[in-house]
Write a protein of this length. Structure first.
Lengths: 385, 163
């Protein structure tokens, strides 16, 4: 029989955590710091809004762009929280999670051979997404010394005549790094000077702890050349609802919409109503969650540094990214042995790109008790080395 | 009061038995700073005390509770304060609030059983001369108290790994 699988699908590397899944299946008493989602249930006001929409028979498709009410509320939210303006009518699109938004944004702008610069380490779907569009992913290293920010110099170094766009994600998964307004201004100059597009995945913006929450499009000159992606999964603990949004200048938004209308039609209707409920009434729930994450971060990062695992203070998202370079093991070996010997699950940093090598991604979206126990077990593990 | 004090209050209100070292980690303060700040807030009576949140029903101790609403004739010069202080002295009164609407006071009253409560209301509270009317509402079951859910519920499950 022929090989029916396309060459470009063959080129996509397999998941870097598959074998960890297999190990976990046979274990009890595992503390998992490997989970990239909130441990909270969705705020009840949002659930009620979703349930009410089903009870009222709102179970049809919505317009391709998404519920007008949700776009209006989202536009208000962006204006209030960031001072940025997007027209709900033609500069905004509701998508089935930020993953869909990323996929269709990359597809809408990438030609064969286009180089897409990706702040590295990065969320795992960016590179495969670029490869599926026959583009060339080009990692741009973000270093621990820079608190994992994307710097203008690092960006400049990777730009060639084939460079088309930059994908970045701040606050960052996996590092917890954030970009200040000034940091964004720095890369804005490079992006504008080289006529590049920015795809900015800002799904963790609400989880910014030690300073002002920022968006890339606040930097002068960037809004007209940015596809901004954000959503409800992290800030309102709505991962399972699959609802997010994409904002871009009209021409770009229309291009992305063309793909969205064929591949998705519209985001799940009840989820869109739930998202309206979240934006209108769940501010307190969101603030409560963010405060709790901040306390857990303090607890966990202090604990790691105390036992000798060097960890910068992550200023956003809910990940710590300690270095294990002093222990003579690769991040994959360290993670695998830590899981087998102490039953603590973390994700090796190299899964997120070359610049993640020698680090571990530890999600602190678990209870304080589990975090304390995890630190105890990690200490026992490194003492045994 | 600054953001760290707010955080301290939040942590202590949730569980005041946590070790100082843990509270220090959560707030990113030193243990000495935690102790100093808590001491200041205790002295300023921002922190009024520490207590356990008890599910008496589960403990097997018969406890009845009621909300008692009162209409009051306020007194010249002191308004509601003097009568409030008199009512607040009774140990059966767990909470006492001045409220808007049809009634003036809302009391939370407990006793060993409903008879205890009715006797207390009719013999101690109702006869006071400033009280014009009482309405006693018996609590039949408590589902949530002081922000804590008192029934068992299943938590959602997550995958052990996700990106």
């Amino acid at each position: 029989m022929r090989d029916f699988i396309s060459a470009r699908t063959h080129r996509i590397p397999p998941s870097g955590i598959r074998r960890f899944f297999d190990i976990v299946q046979e274990m009890d008493d595992v503390i998992s710091l490997g989970v990239g989602e909130p441990d909270y249930a969705t705020p009840w006001v949002a659930c009620e809004a979703g349930i009410a929409s089903v009870e009222q028979g709102q179970t049809s498709y919505t317009s391709n762009r998404g519920l007008p009410e949700l776009r209006t509320e989202t536009s208000r939210y962006l204006a209030k929280r960031f001072g940025i303006q997007y027209h709900p009518e033609d500069e905004m699109l509701i998508t089935t999670g930020a993953s869909e938004a990323l996929d269709i944004a990359i597809r809408a702008v990438t030609n064969r051979g286009d180089e897409i610069l990706i702040a590295d380490p990065s969320y795992v779907s960016y590179s495969p997404g670029v490869m599926l569009s026959d583009g060339v992913p080009v990692p741009v290293p973000c270093r621990m010394e820079d608190e994992f920010r994307l710097t203008p110099d690092a960006l400049m170094e990777k730009i060639t005549p084939k460079s088309k766009a930059v994908i970045c994600n701040f606050p960052n998964n996996p590092t917890g790094g954030v970009m200040s307004r000034e940091d964004y201004r720095g890369i804005a100059d490079v992006i504008c000077d080289h006529d590049l597009l920015l795809i900015s995945d800002e799904i963790y913006t609400e989880m910014t702890y030690d300073g002002e929450m920022t968006s890339a499009v606040q930097a002068e000159g960037l809004q007209e050349r940015t596809i901004l992606i954000n959503g409800f999964s992290k800030s309102y603990a709505m991962t399972g609802w699959r609802v997010a949004y994409l904002c871009a200048p009209k021409e770009l938004c229309d291009a992305v919409l063309k793909i969205h209308q064929y591949v998705m039609l519209s985001a799940p209707t009840m989820s869109q109503y739930a998202a309206v409920g979240a934006l209108k009434n769940a501010d307190l729930d969101r603030e409560e969650m963010v405060t709790e994450y901040q306390m857990r971060r303090n607890l966990f990062v202090r604990g790691l540094n105390r036992i000798g695992l060097t960890c910068h203070l992550p200023r956003g998202a809910f990940y710590a990214f300690p270095s294990i370079k002093d222990f003579g093991l690769s991040d994959v070996e360290f993670s695998e042995r830590l899981l087998k010997e102490q039953h603590v699950a973390v994700v090796p940093g190299s899964v997120f790109g070359q610049s993640g090598e020698g680090h571990l991604r530890c999600a602190y979206a678990v209870s304080r008790e589990d975090l304390r126990e995890a630190v105890r077990r990690i200490e026992a593990f490194i003492t045994s080395l | 009061m600054d953001a760290k004090d707010w955080l301290l209050l939040r942590i202590l209100e949730e569980d005041s038995t946590q070790e100082t070292s843990v509270v220090a980690d959560l707030t990113d303060l030193s243990e000495a700073e935690v102790k100093d700040r808590v001491c200041v807030m205790e002295n300023d009576r921002i922190i009024r005390g520490y207590c356990a949140s008890v599910d008496w029903e589960k403990a097997g101790e018969g406890v009845a509770a009621a909300t008692v609403n009162l209409k009051i004739t306020p007194e010249r010069d002191v308004g509601y304060d003097r009568i409030a202080e008199r009512i607040a002295r009774f140990p059966q009164v767990c909470s006492l609030r001045l409220i808007s609407g049809e009634y003036d006071f809302e009391l939370r009253v407990t006793g060993r059983n409903i008879q205890d409560i009715t006797r207390f209301v009719s013999e101690q509270i109702a006869p006071m001369e400033q009280i014009r009317e009482t309405a006693t509402i018996i609590v039949m079951k408590t589902y949530k108290e002081n922000g804590r859910i008192l029934y068992d519920r299943k938590e959602g499950e997550r995958l052990p790994f996700s990106f």
